[in-house]
Each structure stands twice: as structure tokens, then as C-alpha cells.
Design a protein around this ligand. Sequence first.
Ligand code: CMC
Length: 428
Amino acid sequence: MSEIAKIDVNGSVYEFPIIEGSENEKAIDISKLRGLTGGITTIDPGYKNTGSCESAITFLDGEKGILRYRGYSIEELADKADFLEVAYLLIFGNLPNAETLEKFKQDIKEHAVVDEDLKKIVDAFPRAAHPMGVLASLTSALTAFNPSSVDVDSEEAMYKAIVKIMGKFPVLVGWTMRKNQGMPFRYSDSSLGYVENILKMMFKKPGEKYVQNPILVDALDKLLILHADHEQNCSTSTVRIVGSAHAGLFASLSSGISALWGPLHGGANQAVLEMLEAIKEDGGDTKKYMAKAKDKSDPFRLMGFGHRVYKNFDPRAKIIKVAADEVLGDLGVEDPILDIAKGLEQEALKDDYFVKRKLYPNVDFYSGIIYRAMGIPTEMFTVMFALGRLPGWIAQWREMRLRKEPIGRPRQVYIGENSREFVKINRR
Ligand code: CMC
């Protein structure tokens, strides 16, 4: 028998079905609440208790530290699959066979060009512009160069839009970084794999041959997989809600990029490095910063620690930590920043404040360290996150449209002034 929940409002009892997901997660379906109760709503700032949708893409269990894309564990995918294979899995629901994957890769390569006129837009930005602002603007500008909206009911049209954005986005990422570094723009090299091509588009210097380092290619591939989706986080919910108004795919993605930029979300990887730099400049006293993080009158937070959902450990952080050791070992990097990071990590893991609140290093604590070792400028870190998250955003947007979800429109509890009469300016 299906379970129900009852809400008693001043003696009137209302019943609501409890729905169950495929991993036995339960949710009270309150979609009829307002109708039944004559207008009573719920309030849940930050949506800590609110499910916004049913989704078949990503499962995560924050208590047990489980993360799965379409049923496959993140550990197995990071170990055995490549980024585009995972992108296909997320977007279309199943792992591709060799032929389908090859076609997907080729189709993406074919679209790895952007209109030359877009360069004029990049040129107009000041060089010091934050790369996330530039990337969000360029992604939005793609709409102007590809004006037709996607017919979501046509599989062919959807597929075309998907390979288009998957192809063009790395070019935009490359241009964003080269603008920031004052380097000439480059196009895609179709002889290379997706990740190799990204590295070359970012780093190739004029007049020099770019030599790929397979360890870096592998590490970046892994990082992109680890960031590829994370169910209904801030930027993904943004993409879904913007798309729910039937805004186009590129416009919805652009808003996701803006949401990701925030330091409490994707911007944390940049914030981690800036924090480590600041600690170094201040003499490297990690204990002082631990104390600041615990002091409630001090707004300082230990960036890269804590997670809304993971309350035991972040499975992505575990994988990245190993990758970070490999990359640093291979490159022979010795960096005082890393010693500070390790010191903070060790202190936090045995500190009562952090243990009680279940605050563990998250994915962003280690990703910034790898990016830094790779030579990626700090301001580009969140752009790298966006590059990885792109297939997740697309998958969620597509799912939302295919399920014909209604426009997202939360309610509020109004706490402002009651009705009052307008007073003319000369009498105020
Ligand atoms: N440093 C110090 N104290 C912290 C931290 C931190 N990084 N994170 C949480 N707390 C404390 C917080 O002050 C609160 O204490 P109390 O119960 O005494 O009031 C308690 O822990 C719970 O914190 P919360 O803010 O209610 O937790 P949340 O679930 O709303 O926030 C978070 C999650 C990730 C925004 C937060 O932990 C944080 O700001 N972390 C630093 C930023 C960061 O690393 N973000 C990246 C997240 S992973 C990438 C992604 O998926 O976006």
C-alpha cells in the first residue's frame, strides 16, 4: 500500500501521497497543497528540504558518499570511461557503443568552430575581465549566431544542438583564457581528442610546437568527468528554471555559468587558491585561519570545506586527491601552497568544530591544486568547472523539456507593508 503523509491545519487534516524514487528516497508530494488548503504554501529557504523535480540522471547519497551517473559509479566512470563517453551517457541515458561514440566525437569536431564575428565581442572586453563573465556572455552571444530555437520534440534537432554546443564551448573557453593572457586566438585541431584539443587551444604559444603530456590529458579528462553532473545544485537548478520558461538551450546554459561563478558554488575552486595564497602571504600560519573559520563573528570560511549534500566525504574529492598526487609527482612540483593545503586538511579532519559539522574537503579543495600545477591561471578555474559541467546542464535541460515540466515559479510569504495610501511628494 502506498504511504501517505497528513498535515493537520487547525483541526482539518489533509492527506498527501508519499512518492518513492528508484533508490527508495521518499518525498511528500505537496503539489495539491494550495488547492486543498485554500492557499497555504510551504517555505524552505535554500530549498534544503524541497525536491524540484523527478530526475533519472544522477543519484547521490550524501551520507554514504555515493555518486552515480545513470546508475554507474563515479569511481568506475573516472577509471574506465572518457569524458565524451560520460557526456553521451548523461545526456542520452546509456553508454554509447563504439560506433555511436565515434559518430558523437566526429559530430562534435565538425562543430568546433565559431563565427569570426564573435571575436569582435571577445575583443571588446577589457583584458582584466573575469573569464566567467566573458564565458557567460559569449555563450549567450552564441544565440545571436545560431538564432533558431531547438525543437525539443525532434531527436535530430536536439542532437544537432547538443553536438553544436559541445563543439563550440571549448573554443570559447580557449578564447576566454587567451584573452585573459593576451594571446592570439586559436581554432580547434581536428586531429586531436577532445581534451588534448582543449589543452592545445588554451596553451599553444605562437611559433612553438605544443607537446601533450599524457598525464595532464588524463588528469583533465578525469576532472571533467568528476564535474560533469551533480543533480539539482545551484547552477543546474538555474539552467532548468530558465529553460522551464522555454528559453533556448544556449541562453539557459549562460545563466548556469553565471550561477556557477559564485564562490559558494563553482567559484570555490578559485576561492580556495586565493585563500591559500593569502595564508602564505600572511606567514603560513594555518592555525590562525582555522581559528578564524570557527569564529562566528568572523565571516571567513575555510573554502573547499563543507558541502550541502555530502556529510561524510565527497567521493569526487577522494578521486581527485589521488590524481593531484600523480600530477604533482609527474611534474615534480614543489609548492609551499600545497604544504599549506595539506596542513589545513590535516588540522580540519581532526578538529572538533569541523568533525561535528561534518565538514570535509570537497571537490574544489583539490581541483584548484591540479589546475595550478597544470599552469591554468587561478581566474580560469571556474571556467574549467563549467567545461566539465556542460553535459550535465544539457542533460538536465533536455530532461526537463522532454518531461514537459511546467514553468518554475516558486511562491513566497509576503512580509512587507500592508496596503497604504500614496502620499504626494510635496506632502512627504
Ligand atoms: N568553514 C567554516 N564553517 C563552515 C564551513 C566552512 N567552509 N562550511 C560550513 N560551515 C559551518 C557553518 O558556519 C554552520 O555552522 P553553525 O551550524 O554553527 O551555524 C555549519 O557549518 C553548516 O553550514 P551551512 O552554511 O548551513 O551549510 P550549507 O549546507 O548551507 O552550505 C556550503 C554548504 C558548501 C555552501 C558551505 O559548506 C560553504 O560555504 N563552504 C565553503 C565554500 C565551498 O567550498 N563551496 C564549494 C562546494 S562544492 C562545489 C559545488 O558543488 O558547488
